[in-house]
Design a protein around this ligand. Sequence first.
Ligand code: BG6
Length: 481
Amino acid sequence: MPNKTGFSKDFLWGGAVAAHQLEGGWQEGGKGVSIADVMTAGSNGVPREITDGVLPEKNYPNHFGIDFYHHYKEDVKLFAKMGFKCFRTSIAWTRIFPNGDEDQPNEAGLKFYDDLFDECHKYGIEPVITLSHFEMPYHLIEKYGGFTNRKLIDFYMNFAETCFKRYKNKVKYWMTFNEINNQTSYNREFSVATNSGILFKNIKDEDHEDAMYQAAHYELVASAKAVKLGHEINPDFKIGCMINMTPLYPVNADPKNIMFTERLMQRRYYFADVHANGVYPKNIEAYLQRKGFRKDITDEDREILKQGTVDYIGLSYYNSMTVTSDGFDIDGDFDADNAATENKFLKTSEWDWPIDPVGLRYSLNWLTDRYHLPLFIVENGLGARDKVEADGSIHDPYRVDYLKAHITEMKKAVELDGVDLMGYTPWGCIDLISAGTGEMKKRYGFIYVDQDDYGHGSKKRSKKDSFEWYKQVIASNGEKL
Ligand code: BG6
């Protein structure tokens, strides 16, 4: 009997986080320094600074996270109370290989994740694991130039193989690289540094785009190798890619805008084409040839890409983006970051992110039509300021409104459009450090954490109103919104 709501009985309701944004304990258990450990705090419109190593006078929010490293038992218990079926987090590469180029892994780091996964299973919560989520060892960047160096494929594979073997009976759902396509913004250091370990001090301004395409290629090869190996280690593994899904809308029906938008979509989503189809799409191949980018690609690489296609598409969805071709030559060189323009139909969040639930349904349809694979929404949510009342309660109807509207569209995609959706894990199910700004006050959680942008506070956890709301959503399998 199909479920009344259209969501399967084993639909993976849960929540998502990433190691570097919540664990803290940045020097505990033998952990090494990651790229996230050298990023200072910024704010809306003020980018995070990437410093030359860790400097004593700076504020590095990822050093403290929300101290999940010591609070994970209490936090997992709260997830269980909400009825989570799954919990998405990442494995900090630097806990397993502190510098990234060691031969042997760090046992204390491996043990931490053993304990965390055991704790999840105690409550019937399935871990969903991203291997690389914006936390590459800093040493690999300093010594090798990050993923601009082919050697990184081997270092990544050591990490992937170690994790697959160690957790082969504890983790079934994997993703290789988080939001691999953020680096399409190749002139934004945060994007290329977190995806690929590219630092602008190491390359010339005119080489940003070239470096990005080469590094992305090595990551795509590493991902395909990992998928292939993972399936050999445990044929039951489900291994996906993870892309940032921000559908682009043309600002109007001028054909120039339509073509421009299509071009941007090609640049943004070719990563998923390679992950899912095992080949570069023709348009990107033509562009790379024309520009002389991604010079190092071998026949063996092309073969591996074909052999390591993913089982599902993991995606984050927060918003759509509306673009105008004004000022751009569609066939010329362009950095599309300046193409975004206002969409008068959409309101925005306090951090200026458009709010567009229908865009989620559109995205799920678009991805299904293109890849014919199961989809997994592994991030979605509203970053907002919360107020703690005198009695300790936290009323967050804005968060409930946002999530309700998105789940409603997600249901339509499943029930009316036939989308094969595996699960839904809203972002930052417990408040954590913002990746983009490094702030604590940009909160996504159902669980409030008493801490400010500087790490001050009791770190006490408390339930927001949205906690009980999400609990009933899960209990009713998406029926009661
Ligand atoms: C995604 C990332 O880009 O969006 C997360 O995978 C991130 O790491 C999330 O935290 C929300 O962005 P932000 O900048 O509000 O933290």
